[in-house]
Design a protein around this ligand. Structure first.
Ligand code: CA
Length: 227
């Protein structure tokens, strides 16, 4: 099944770019160019997820979000798109009922990763392939199993999620902060060492199962990726 995503964004260039990114990722896309247009559309249809800009002509993104939560299908995941990046705005919006926040300018991989994470959180996970593999590692999303050289790894839920994210987007370098936000879902990363500890444990387990290969690469000054 294909997921339907509504983009609410008045800047046509950004809307067109998002449409391109999402279509390439296999989603069906609808566009609304004002809050009012989005509202009319939502009276007729129910998308699986909404990307919502805040600064919109007429009905603002904030006002539309309140309407979505009170009037329409209240559980649709809503991801805010905005140039604003202050923590205060972010916290306020998450309290108002937004599921996540994408700050412009954005990278295509970040948009799709956040959408996948939001759909997964709301139990509408996109149809996952039966097996993801890399070198001697195989991941079975249906059963959440990770197997290396025919031996099942004993992973924590978070370790599994990190590995799944890496295998879904093999080229992507994840900063510690982005990994934290995607896997631990919200909260402020701050100075905490959680991601390092989990990646280090994950590496240890992979190394034990497959001493010959490296699976997770540290990208100096940025974060981690599959290698
Ligand atoms: Ca705008």
């Amino acid at each position: 099944m294909q997921y339907k995503i509504l983009i609410v964004e008045d800047e046509t260039d950004i809307s067109r770019l998002l449409k391109k990114i999402l279509t390439a990722a296999g989603y069906l896309v609808q566009q609304a160019f004002s809050g009012t247009e989005a509202k009319l559309l939502l009276e007729r249809e129910t998308p699986d997820l909404i990307l919502l800009d805040l600064m919109l002509p007429g009905l603002s993104g904030e006002a539309l979000l309140l309407e979505i939560r009170s009037t329409f299908q209240s559980n649709i995941p809503v991801l805010i798109l905005s140039a604003r990046s202050s923590l205060e705005d972010k916290v306020t919006l998450l309290k108002t009922g937004a599921d996540d926040y994408i700050t412009k300018p954005f990278e295509p991989e970040e948009v799709t990763a956040r959408i996948q994470a939001a759909l997964r959180r709301t139990g509408q996970a996109p149809a996952a392939p039966k097996v993801l593999s890399h070198k001697n590692l195989q991941l079975f999303p249906d059963s959440r199993k990770a197997v290396v050289n025919d031996m099942e790894l004993s992973l924590t839920a978070h370790e599994y999620e990190i590995l799944l994210l890496f295998l879904q987007t093999p080229e992507k370098v994840y900063s510690r902060e982005l990994l934290y936000e995607l896997i631990w879902q919200g909260g402020y990363y701050g100075e905490n060492n959680t991601v390092n500890v989990h990646v280090s444990n994950l590496r240890k387990k992979l190394k034990e199962a497959d001493p010959e290969e490296d699976y997770i690469q540290t990208v100096y000054g940025i974060g981690f990726k599959l290698c």
